[in-house]
Ligand binder design. Structure first.
Ligand SMILES: Nc1ncnc2c1ncn2[C@@H]1O[C@H](COP(=O)(O)OP(=O)(O)O)[C@@H](O)[C@H]1O
Ligand SMILES: O=P(O)(O)OC[C@H](O)CO
Length: 502
């Protein structure tokens, strides 16, 4: 019987399930968008029940659309939006509060104080040295501390051992296994700010700094491992779960970026550029993150990461709040009508700025509006803002002594040819889009297949990668420098609004 792999890709705006053949071909897909909650300025929440319900229905849809025997699904791999924090009751599986999403900035002051204290103690790099991360509300630790402090009774329940913490992979695993398995993988653990990426263990000093009881923590396993089996009632029979990996790391695998120096950038809600640095955990001097790319049979591969909070989300804002178009796919045709010279500049700091600025308090701004600026110029500026933010990351990597020669791109926004051409022009390097753009799901499926013996080695996935289109630079250095300097000026002006320099 031919075997298939089911990948669950639980993203920020939708839950997806894709059934793959071992050739990498997607056989069937299930997908449900779900509600975003914005209860206050800078707060972003998801209903955990929505996350679970839409994931389950996506899996059931994919399976029924493929019209196959559930017994032919060899294994499940889970990949997920990272850092998003869930705390739930072990007995009922019910969350004590909505999930606090990675974009949420409510703990900005907490993180500022933490950084100030570390500086006062003469140990400013303490967090980065242990975790590869920088003190910012983006990561799970301060969100979890907030839940324990602010949800009535949560701390007492946690200390009594009645609560479980997890990122979304872990929360889904709990539900898929009928509450039997409380585990995560090293790539997801590396985004919590509680995990020491060098020792590969939860770090007691970090736990005590954030005041987190260790009774709530999941076991940390390899990214391809034995994570238990689904409750037979969900899909008619048990299916083994043999991989879990954060979505950006999964896309790195799905893009075949498996050797040192290979780099991918995913353009979804946010944008995340990862360079595989192999067995070396390189600590950035330019405010990039060091993260676990994947851990296989106890061997850790690391990546250097630049995280941008607003990419496709800026297009959603133009669509939903300004109502400039009905479908984000229309943005390309609109931007092509814009005046030349990129007159309008947009800094999309709607939820602060990520790498390399790490400025939680910055807020978005638009510059250079004239009487003849209209919808095309605004849309072009929004698309360019994604390219400029990627350029910031390229510059930071170069300052750390690393330069990717080719950038492999994926994610919903990589369908936009104009954006990718502008990106190649601005970076001055080739930008390459693969035929399979569901690389995030593919990475998890591949790792699941690796663990259950459908693939022999990581090398097998490299041979599955095929290019759809390459975008080569058409502009010279003067053009690049001119526009990038305009961007840096816009960034400086935006940050000066709340008293921060560039
Ligand atoms: N043709 C396009 N041009 C610009 N943005 C697009 C286009 N198609 C999709 N997007 C954006 O890509 C995002 C969806 O990408 P996806 O990878 O599905 O995101 P996520 O995994 O974060 O939910 C949306 O924010 C959408 O606005
Ligand atoms: O859901 P995505 O694709 O926007 O990815 C979110 C990231 O994992 C956040 O770190």
């Amino acid at each position: 019987m031919e075997k298939y792999l089911l990948a669950i890709d639980q993203g920020t705006t939708s839950s997806r399930a894709i059934l793959f053949a071992t050739t990498g071909e997607a056989i069937a897909i299930g997908r449900y968008a779900y509600e975003q909650h914005y209860p206050a300025d800078g707060w972003v929440e998801h209903e955990p029940e929505d996350i679970w319900r839409t994931t389950l229905r996506s899996c059931q849809d994919a399976i029924s659309r493929a019209d196959l025997d559930v017994g032919s699904i060899a294994a499940i791999g889970i990949t997920n939006q990272r850092e998003t924090t869930v705390l739930w009751h072990r007995k009922t599986g019910k969350a004590v509060h909505r999930a606090i999403v990675w974009q949420d900035r409510r703990t900005a002051e907490f993180c500022d104080n933490l950084q100030r204290n570390l500086i006062a103690e003469g140990n400013p790099d303490w967090i980065q040295e242990k975790t590869g991360l920088l003190p910012d509300p983006y990561f799970s630790a301060s969100k979890l501390a907030w839940l324990l402090e602010n949800v009535p009774g949560a701390r007492e329940e946690a200390e009594a051992g009645n609560l479980a913490f997890g990122t979304v992979d872990c929360f889904l695993l709990w539900h898929l296994t009928g509450g039997k398995v409380h585990a995560t993988d090293a790539s997801n653990a590396s985004r919590t700010m509680l995990f020491n990426i060098h020792t590969q263990n939860w770090d007691d000093e970090l736990l005590s700094r954030f005041n987190i009881p260790d009774s709530i923590l999941p076991e940390v396993k390899n990214s391809a491992d034995d994570f238990g089996s689904t409750d037979a009632r969900l899909f008619g029979r048990k299916i083994p779960i043999t991989a879990m990996i954060g979505d950006q790391q999964s896309a790195t695998v799905g893009q075949g970026c498996l050797s040192t120096g290979m780099t991918k950038s995913t353009y979804g809600t946010g944008s995340f550029l990862l360079m595989n640095t192999g067995e070396k955990a390189i600590q950035s001097d330019h405010r990039l993150l060091t993260t676990v790319a994947y851990r296989l049979q106890g061997k850790t591969s690391y990546a250097l990461e630049g995280s941008i909070f607003m990419a496709g989300a800026t297009m959603q804002w133009l669509r939903d709040k300004l109502r400039l178009f009905d479908d984000t796919a229309q943005s390309e045709a609109l931007a092509r009508q814009a005046q030349p010279g990129l007159p309008v500049m947009m800094v999309p700091a709607f939820t602060g700025l990520g790498a390399p600025w790490w400025d939680a308090d910055a807020r978005a701004a638009i510059y250079g509006l004239t009487r003849d600026a209209g919808i095309p110029e605004l849309v072009a500026a929004a698309l360019m803002s994604v390219c400029f933010q990627t350029k910031d990351l390229q510059k930071a990597m170069e300052s750390d002594g690393l330069r990717p020669t080719t950038l492999r791109v994926d994610g919903g926004m990589s369908a936009n040819n104009l954006m990718l051409q502008n990106l190649a022009d601005l970076l001055g390097c080739e930008v390459s889009r693969p035929k399979i753009t569901e690389t995030t799901a593919l990475g998890a499926a591949f790792l699941a297949g690796l663990h259950c013996g459908l693939f022999n080695s990581l090398g097998d996935i490299e041979s599955l990668w095929q290019q759809d289109r390459a975008f080569t630079p058409t502009k010279d250095k003067d053009w690049r420098d001119h526009h990038y300097n305009r961007w840096l000026d816009a960034i400086a002006r935006t940050r000066s609004q709340h008293g921060r320099g560039s």
